[in-house]
Design a binder for this molecule. Structure first.
Ligand code: PEP
Length: 252
């Protein structure tokens, strides 16, 4: 019922030429693998090059962040209208690196989520606990609060496209991964909070991705379980062969 989605977060890597070369090579490798939707998240300066490179229909493009306003005096920011105009269908919201280095908070995540839904951009809302929070047994509390604040004032009838990504901060870029059981438990909890904040029907149809050191070797066990509907991949998505292998392995 929930089609898997595998997304590539390229962070601050790849020039436009490098990004276009990736798409050319990658498309050949996954053109016949349609079991999952695929979304590439290049840096803002490479969006035009990626959108302009011919590729299969199931490979879509998104922005790594956006402002919630349509325009204004916000140097360095990109608006939802700009993402749409360049050809983006998706947007990442609240990645832990935005939270850590750029003052992203649950409140700005909420503003961005409302704006993305209003502009028909498919949001992937990133949440996750820090290591000290997990070790202090605060994971459930942290995740429930992040989801509850992100969804404050969201009209359930507008939320059908919304996606969440559970990214334990201690697993991002560290080589450490959550065990499938730990990830499943977190995903169930997140789904429960979506049901409480919106409706059980929205919770049942919302895709929840796992992110944190997903690689070709662990994709088969981490990407697609009962409550895990795909993956958000950082480091291992930078190479077309490695990212294509993750797509192939996610078929199970
Ligand atoms: C990410 O950037 O969202 C991520 C999960 O990174 P990595 O796969 O490198 O841990």
């Amino acid at each position: 019922m929930r089609k898997p989605l595998i997304a590539a977060n390229w962070k601050m890597y790849k020039t436009p030429a490098e990004a276009a070369a990736f798409v050319q090579a990658f498309d050949l490798l996954v053109a016949h693998h349609h079991h999952a939707d695929i979304v590439l998240f290049p840096s803002a300066s490479s969006l035009a090059a990626v959108v302009g490179t011919p590729r299969s229909k199931h490979i879509q493009i998104g922005g790594q962040d956006m402002h919630w306003l349509n325009e204004g005096a916000y140097t360095g920011a990109t608006s939802p209208l700009m993402l749409k105009a360049i050809g983006c269908t998706h947007v990442l919201i609240g990645h832990s690196e935005r939270r850590q280095y750029f003052n992203e908070t649950d409140t700005t995540v909420n503003l961005k989520l409302k704006s993305a839904l209003a502009h028909d951009l498919i949001p992937i809302v990133c949440i996750g606990e820090h290591l000290n929070e997990r070790e202090s047994d605060l994971t459930a509390k942290v995740l429930e609060l992040q989801v509850a604040v992100a969804l404050e004032g969201i009209d359930p009838t507008t939320a059908h496209s919304m996606i969440f990504a559970y990214e334990p901060v201690w697993a991002i870029g560290t080589g450490r991964t959550a065990t499938p059981a730990t990830a499943e438990q977190a995903h169930k909890l997140i789904r429960g909070q979506i049901a409480a904040s919106l409706t059980p029907a929205i919770a049942a149809s919302t895709r929840i991705l796992y992110g944190g050191s997903v690689r070709p070797e662990n994709a088969a066990t981490l990407c697609c379980l009962e409550d895990i509907d795909g993956a958000l991949v950082g480091g291992a998505s930078l190479d077309p062969n490695s990212f294509a292998e993750i797509i192939i392995q996610s078929k199970g």
